[in-house]
Design a protein around this ligand. Structure first.
Ligand code: AMP
Length: 421
């Protein structure tokens, strides 16, 4: 490697993003409000590893999904095991619940989670290879009231954060009893569409015809308009579940649109599926998506316990949350000379101990240059410490917004700052 090559910057990987200090307040606020909202509904946080056995996602997410076919970050570790960076959260949670026997706890069991996900998809606005999801899951509640409760919880979160211009789409994808008859009819119609379907969709006819509805190709979209709708094939149980779910949404006064083509890209959904989309997002307009997965736990070798959940993309959500930055409330300690610096260091420690945010200048600089630095950094106050101040134990506190300056002891400084916040 040449010297020049050695010094070359190694850039971030395509499809990944740094979340920078100037943006972090917004992330922190959204995360905090989200957690608080979920906790109000009885959810508790769960954290599982970022990587799992590849098989877990093959089995859980499903062999015929785009995620498993083309998007997983899979690697072999030094012990020769095939591992995958999680592309979604549900299989990890279900694994953990079975393995740690959390299903023995009183049900319904409500958990939430926040963290990065990894999908090797084509990056574009709103679509990344590492992105963040907030995820909730409920286990052991069959009643459609819970389906409505989680949509209402998402709605409450959106309202708290003043997110507008969203639409709730709902559907039912039936169950293992009623879906085969629908699949049969759908396959028949899809075969008739023949060349009007893209090559990818032609394959889906056999593997998972429902997913033809997810295709973005224009001719496929056109062709699928004439395909039968799943809601006409629901068995009485699924039909009743769906109509109760909708009636509970009505009870909450939540506007929603029935979208019979909303199938969502995962294999495991049963009965309810839903999505919240935003008209402010462009092509990648889904903020949140979810549904019921009543068979996953038993398919994973666990007890027969139903599940339902949703995942929300944080990048997309945060981009539609209005945000006004709160003014920083910190104090800048401008020290003139070595004795002043030492006094400043002690003073900063004293103030921080009681929760006052301080920045202290260590470099030898003129007062003028320190004042201009404090201003650039956005300090609310500057505390001027020179030889005289150290001797007297009284310091010059300047409020930057008004320019007012007064002499204070450290106790007075503390009082002024605490009273102002
Ligand atoms: P999914 O797990 O595919 O149902 O996605 C749930 C939510 O995660 C979506 O509604 C998006 O908000 C977000 N999401 C999914 N994939 C990506 C991605 N590649 N980049 C950014 N956000 C994503």
């Amino acid at each position: 490697m040449s010297e020049k090559q050695k010094k070359r910057l190694i850039p971030a990987i395509k499809g990944t993003k740094d979340i920078l200090p100037q943006d972090i307040r917004k992330w922190q606020k959204v995360e905090a409000v989200t957690k608080k909202t979920f906790e109000l509904y009885g959810y508790r946080e769960i954290r599982t590893p970022i990587f799992e056995a590849t098989e877990l996602f093959e089995k859980g997410t499903g062999q015929t999904t785009d995620i498993v076919i083309k998007e997983m970050y899979t690697f072999t570790d030094k012990g020769g095991r095939s591992l995958t960076l999680r592309p979604e959260y549900t299989p990890s949670v279900v694994r953990s619940i079975i393995e740690k026997r959390l299903y023995l706890q009183p049900q319904p069991l409500r958990v939430y989670f926040m963290g990065p996900m990894f999908r090797y998809d084509k990056p574009q606005k709103g679509r990344y290879r590492q992105f963040h999801q907030v995820d909730i899951e409920v286990f052991g509640e069959k009643d459609p009231a819970i389906d409505a409760e989680i949509v209402e919880m998402a709605d409450a979160l959106f309202k708290k954060l003043k997110v507008t211009d969203t639409e709730v789409l709902v559907n039912s994808v039936g169950c293992r009893r009623c879906r085969p008859a629908y699949h049969k009819e759908l396959r028949r119609k899809a075969e008739q569409a023949g060349e009007r379907l893209c090559a990818d969709c032609q394959k889906k006819i056999m593997t998972n015809p429902l997913r033809i509805f997810d295709c973005k190709v224009k001719t496929c979209r056109e062709a699928s308009k004439g395909f039968p709708e799943i809601t006409d094939y629901l068995c009485p149980e699924c039909e009743e579940h769906f109509s109760k779910f909708c009636s509970y949404l009505d009870l909450y006064g939540i506007d929603y649109r029935r979208e019979p083509r909303l199938v969502r890209g995962l294999d495991y959904y049963t009965k309810t599926t839903f999505e919240i989309v935003s008209s402010r997002l462009g092509a990648q307009d889904a903020i949140l998506g979810g549904g019921r997965y009543d068979d996953m736990m038993k398919d994973f070798g666990g007890p027969d316990i139903c599940g339902i959940g949703f995942a929300m993309g944080l990048e997309r959500f945060i981009s539609v949350v209005p945000f006004t930055e709160k003014k920083e409330k910190f104090i800048y300690l401008a020290c003139l000379g070595d004795r002043a610096k030492r006094a400043g260091m002690e003073l900063a420690r004293y103030l921080r101990r009681d929760g006052v945010e301080c920045l202290i200048e260590y470099k030898e600089r003129s007062l003028k240059s320190q004042m201009s630095r404090a201003d650039k950094l956005g300090a609310a106050w500057v505390l001027i410490i020179g030889e005289d101040e150290v001797k007297k134990g009284l310091y010059q506190l300047k409020e930057m917004a008004t320019g007012m300056q007064r002499e204070c002891s450290r106790e007075e400084i503390m009082k002024i700052i605490q009273e102002s916040s």
